[in-house]
Design a protein around this ligand. Structure first.
Ligand code: UTP
Length: 417
């Protein structure tokens, strides 16, 4: 312990983290040992490099962009449409399709005490958990095509145990357990404005999930990509946990991708206004990009074509399809990190617990859509808001449980009538 302690102190001094030395002095032996081990394990160099690179980053310049043309279902003639749907259905029927769900997020805006997937929504005819909605959609597809679709669920260090317990308690919603695999995404430490690590109330280094773009490397590290290969799966749809209208297996999207011989595809919906808080799918310097709403200059966001449609209005709604080769490639890539400044409670250098009233720390995240840049081409299929997108992000107001439930109930009624 002594030598380990000395090594930890040296490391903290080297990386200018002396506040942690004070905290170490104040805590009991077993917690001290645990914190020392975490200090010894942490790659300070890489996190500080990230901090230096990103916290000083100038505003991103948005230039050289061009729109991407989306495929609209209603513009396909019957022959084409049927051809694509048949191709997609054949992929599903021949067990070459899997679903991956990203549920490693913290769901901060919703403010629910637990993983978002365990949140219950009051849909008709009976309330369901978000995970249950996905399980039921999958079961419907399985029944239709007489298959069992493998379901990969990305969790985080923070929520993995609660999610696994939740599935056990609910008997996996009667999904065949051998087709469900959980895998944890990576974590990254949070850093204060001055580049100091934060210590949480249990005397651990405060860390958070490294963003939904962490899905590729964590699939690779956790053997999910091998499982995909072993099961001879050709296409994996990756969706979020919080869109209750998510089409978990859309034969049209799969068929278009298969027929065009491309590696990645995405479903979009038209932005409902230039201000809507979604990223826009486009090209920048010839590469496929999603530009965040916060980065898009006003005049570009508002530009319209001759049909009065927003030129940069193809929203990224986290409905992405990847070929197994694409996943193999991405599993070994390092997606870029983005930085966000958020509110986190912590223990200060005097050992006092501080409740953050204002944003006080940087969080580093990679985004799934940055993976598009690694490919020359993408198929964008334009879906419809009322059929494809009912997200639950906020507690109230836009994109909240009440707006999502209304969209869900209306859609279900519309397909019955
Ligand atoms: P969001 O970016 O909307 O984050 O995630 P969130 O965690 O749901 O909510 P806020 O921003 O904290 O309020 C979109 C999808 O990406 C997943 C989420 O679980 C959701 O399905 N995600 C996000 C991850 O799986 N891991 C992450 O690190 C971040």
């Amino acid at each position: 312990m002594n030598t380990k302690y000395e090594e930890a102190i040296k490391k903290l001094e080297k990386y200018n983290q002396k506040h942690v030395i004070n905290i170490l002095e104040t805590i009991e032996e077993n917690k001290k040992e645990n914190l020392i081990n975490q200090i010894l394990d942490l790659n300070f160099e890489s996190i500080i490099n990230l901090y230096e690179e990103l916290s000083n980053k100038k505003e991103i310049k948005i230039d050289n962009i061009e729109p991407i043309k989306a495929i609209k279902k209603e513009q396909l003639d019957d022959k084409e449409l049927n051809k694509y749907i048949k191709l997609g259905e054949d992929i599903i029927k021949s067990n070459k399709f899997a679903l991956a769900t990203m549920s490693g997020g913290q769901g901060t805006r919703l403010g629910f005490n637990g993983p978002k997937g365990t949140f219950k929504v009051n849909i008709e005819p009976k309330p369901k958990y978000l995970f249950e909605i996905l399980a039921d959609s999958l079961k419907e597809i399985n029944k239709k095509y007489n298959v069992t679709i493998p379901w990969y669920i990305m969790t985080s260090e923070e929520n993995n145990d609660s999610i696994e317990d939740f599935f056990n308690k609910n008997n996996y919603f009667d999904y065949d357990k051998s087709y469900v695999k959980f895998f944890k995404q990576g974590n990254l430490p949070l850093l204060s404005k001055e580049g100091k690590i934060l210590i949480d109330e249990n005397y651990n280094i405060k860390q958070a999930a490294d963003g939904n773009g962490g899905i590729f490397s964590s699939m690779y590290k956790n053997g999910i990509i091998d499982d995909i290969k072993n099961r001879d799966i050709k296409w994996v749809f990756i969706g979020s946990i919080d869109n209750i209208l998510l089409k978990v297996a859309d034969p049209l999207l799969i068929g278009i991708s298969e027929s065009k011989g491309i590696q990645i595809a995405t479903k979009s919906i038209p932005k409902n206004s230039p201000q809507e808080k979604v990223g826009a799918i486009c090209k920048q310097n010839g590469s496929i990009k999603v530009i965040e709403y916060s980065e898009m200059p006003k005049e570009i966001a508002e530009a319209r074509d001759e049909n009065n449609e927003l030129i940069y209005g193809e929203s990224h709604i986290m409905c992405n399809l990847f070929s197994s080769e694409a996943l193999q490639k991405l599993g070994k890539e390092k997606l870029p990190y983005h930085i966000a400044f958020k509110k986190y409670n912590y223990i200060d250098e005097n050992g006092k617990f501080v409740v953050a009233e204002n944003p006080n720390a940087y969080k580093f995240e990679s985004f799934i859509f940055d993976s598009f840049t690694y490919f020359n081409d993408i198929a964008v299929l334009r879906g419809k808001r009322e059929e494809d997108f009912a997200p639950i992000k906020n507690k109230e107001g836009v994109d909240s449980p009440s707006t999502a439930v209304e969209l869900y109930n209306n859609y279900k009624k519309s397909i019955i009538n």
